[in-house]
Design a binder for this molecule. Structure first.
Ligand code: ARG
Length: 357
């Protein structure tokens, strides 16, 4: 937490920038800054209005240097959950987030903001598959092994499949966390098939519809919201070139290559690359067919270019982390690859936190 002097400074600079963008008058801006100043003097902190929270969250998305999807920053939907007081209430807001954001497949970029301190959501994403280390190797998502063990210690028991949806784990005021199952009907998943390779579906691959990051904090005007889960929709490569392809994740390229009849004995056949492309084709095809929002990396890069143009017209510099903005498949086919970005951190922002467990 910031000292009151730093907090006021951060609040003032946020209000000054946000109020201009929100078309407020200089008088309104001055009045609000004075109000915040006395609130901080009396209580040591201050409370954002809904409008400030809404615009602040949008700015944080706009400032997310690693995100290629920022063209839509202004379309973010904000759920104000600052009044939630018990783990049960928090869980019900989170289930609502999952359902509203999923929206039957027409995914809505959404953020749910809880009261700044006291609450931690232990999940990395609200929907994520468990990972188990067994004597015959890893089952499920290797990236979830540590968190899955935490859930099991708390009393959760998974089915033991490759795609068990983990429970929500909610901790209030450093008390023992509570866990809540996510009902099956709240989670849309997409079974992967390939438009030209009929046997592809025999691999039994699938992924969930909505990535909802829940372990980053949202900083607005010096206030740090530790629980503020947010989502967009997937870019296909996140699933097809990372989650299902990385050797330290689901590692599916060898099986796909085999099914395609590729020679995997020599790297020079480029079997990895060929399998990778077909996996990515399958992801995009299957999500489209299932009516679940998704974007391919070429379209996403073009949208990012529009974002850059729009920002420049608004007199703002686009900051970015090149290493994250380039897609992991065919990066040099996008304009992003051929330019550079300043990775400066702007406020408001989303930030990593230390693990809660
Ligand atoms: N890369 C993460 C995953 O594969 C999701 C990160 C957020 N992605 C997004 N499109 N909003 O699960």
């Amino acid at each position: 937490m910031l000292g009151t002097t730093e907090l006021f400074k951060a609040a003032q600079s946020f209000i000054e920038q946000a109020f201009v963008e929100m078309n407020k008058s200089p008088e309104e801006t001055r009045d609000r800054i004075n109000e915040i100043s006395s609130e901080i003097q009396q209580t040591g902190t201050y409370v954002h209005t809904f409008e400030e929270l809404e615009h602040g969250a949008k700015m944080a998305w706009r400032n997310s240097n690693r995100c290629i999807g920022r063209l839509f920053w202004d379309k973010l939907r904000i759920m104000d959950a600052r009044a939630a007081e018990s783990p049960t209430e928090v869980a019900s807001f989170l289930l609502q987030h999952i359902e509203n954001a999923t929206n039957g497949g027409r995914i809505m970029p959404t953020i749910t903001v809880f009261s700044p301190d006291s609450l931690r959501i232990w999940n990395h994403q609200l929907i994520r598959y468990a990972g188990y280390e067994t004597t015959d190797g890893i089952i499920g998502d290797p990236a979830s092994i540590a968190f899955t063990q935490v859930c099991e210690k708390l009393g959760w028991i998974g089915k033991g499949t490759d795609y068990d949806v983990l429970p929500l784990v909610i901790q209030l005021n450093n008390q023992e966390p509570e866990w809540f199952n996510i009902p099956d009907h709240s989670v849309i998943e997409v079974n992967l098939e390939h438009p030209e390779i009929p046997s592809f579906s025999s691999l039994g691959l699938k992924w969930y519809a909505v990535p909802i990051i829940s372990d980053m904090s949202l900083e607005i005007g010096g206030i740090i919201y530790q629980a503020a889960p947010f989502n967009g929709w997937y870019m296909g490569t996140e699933i097809g070139a990372r989650n299902l392809a990385d050797t330290f994740r689901y590692n599916k390229l060898p099986q796909i290559a085999q099914l395609m009849g590729l020679d995997t004995h020599s790297e020079t056949t480029l079997w990895r690359d060929r399998a990778l492309v077909e996996l990515n084709v399958a992801v995009l095809h299957s999500y489209k067919k299932a009516g679940v929002s998704i974007v391919d990396h070429h379209t996403a890069a073009m949208q990012f270019r529009s974002f850059e143009e729009r920002e420049s017209k608004s007199g703002r510099e686009v900051t970015g982390d090149w290493t994250w903005l380039i897609p992991p498949v065919s990066p040099a086919t996008t304009h992003i690859f051929h330019k550079s970005y300043s990775d400066d951190l702007r406020s408001p922002s989303f930030q990593y936190m230390d693990k809660a467990y």
